[in-house]
Design a protein around this ligand. Structure first.
Ligand code: MRU
Length: 343
């Protein structure tokens, strides 16, 4: 992704590996501070995933893939390391997919981790090309959370088509849901769009319905943390209500994700484990209390949107309806692992 730090333009990925150190942009402290963090061992990686220094399903997967390679380089038991890394967060399929992929090639973990992460970047780019076909000139696009380059090593999932639209000369405009409680929209998506010079406005989470009803949203594109066999999908809390509002207001609602986010072992959204995070994330904003200390809070980090609200799934293989997802699974290859190896 292109970034501008104090007038200096550079190209940076959300996470990369310089053996034996995993490097990542600290996503907790953007946009105020741009900082690269060094991850020196499996425990530090576990903490970085859990405390969301690195976040977003494909970026979590990338960090985890490098984590297995790092454990191998440090002479650790990589099966144990993989198990521990997988326990950092429960919802994003990419975390499990990535660890399993590298463990299946443990003889050359470094090479396969690099191959995995390169394929995520390429898949994100292809999602952009495919999704760009759905975006006309001067369209207003709603997005939720951050499904940008920060969340997907580079390009993004939901933001990749918008980046491509801009690159191909269209003038996309983005409504950015602030995305309580961790504010990934207000902090991270807005930051990425500023870096790319894409026109946007941040909105309070509860403004989207008003804008849709006033015909100020042409389409919605969101990312996903896990998509099940029937197309139900988990994404950042608040996605479900946006999808319902989109249907009510005849706004096309797209989900953008690479194959690593699909979990064909689960029939429908009821089977997706949903992470429950700390009460403090709801009761505080940047460490400042906003609720009485006596009040309790409840903080589900994701919700599940049923497939009937999804117009299409934007993938690296094209755009699919929920009824067509089985063709994505079968893509003419025996396993998705082989598809990665072929990329
Ligand atoms: O809790 P987060 O910030 O990791 O949640 C991220 C999301 O919900 C993203 O929308 C999703 O991972 C897609 S990222 C390309």
């Amino acid at each position: 992704m292109k970034i501008n730090i104090n007038g200096k333009i550079s190209n940076v990925k959300a996470v990369w590996y310089e053996e034996p150190v995993i490097k990542m942009i600290d996503q907790k402290i953007l946009p105020e501070t741009f900082k690269i963090v060094d991850i020196n061992d499996t425990k530090e990686l576990f903490d970085a995933i859990r405390n969301m220094t690195v976040r977003g399903a494909p970026s979590i997967g990338a960090a985890a893939a490098f984590g297995v390679a790092q454990a191998a380089a440090l002479g650790a038991d990589i099966e144990e390391a993989g198990k521990f890394i997988k326990s950092a967060r429960p919802t994003a399929n990419d975390l499990f997919f990535a660890v399993d992929f590298v463990l299946q090639h443990k003889g050359d973990a470094k090479k396969y981790a690099a191959m995995y992460v390169d394929s995520i970047v390429e898949r994100s780019r292809l999602i952009g090309l495919n999704g760009n076909e759905l975006i006309g000139n001067n369209k207003k696009i709603l997005t939720h959370c951050n499904a940008g380059a920060l969340a997907s090593v580079d390009y993004g999932t939901a933001l990749s088509p918008i980046r491509m639209a801009k690159e191909s000369g269209k003038k996309p405009f983005v409504w950015v849901d602030e995305t309580r409680p961790r504010l990934q929209g207000a902090r991270l998506t807005a930051w990425e769009l500023v870096q790319e010079g894409i026109e946007h406005k941040v909105i309070a989470d509860n403004a989207a319905g008003f804008l849709m009803e006033r015909q100020q949203v042409d389409l919605a594109i969101v990312g996903a943390d896990r998509i099940t066999k029937n197309g139900d999908f988990a994404n950042k809390i608040g996605t479900y209500e946006k999808a319902v509002l989109a249907k009510e207001n005849a706004v096309n609602f797209y989900v953008a994700a690479p194959l690593s986010t699909f979990d064909f072992t689960i029939e429908n959204g009821r089977g997706i484990p949903i992470e429950i995070r700390s009460e403090e994330e709801v009761k505080e904003v940047k460490g400042v209390a906003i609720s009485p200390k006596e009040s309790m809070a409840y903080n589900p980090a994701f919700d599940v949107t049923p497939n009937r609200f999804v117009t299409g799934y934007i993938t690296e293989y094209g755009v699919f309806k929920s009824s067509e997802l089985h063709t994505l699974k079968d893509k003419g290859k025996e396993s998705i692992i082989e598809q990665i190896e072929d990329m």
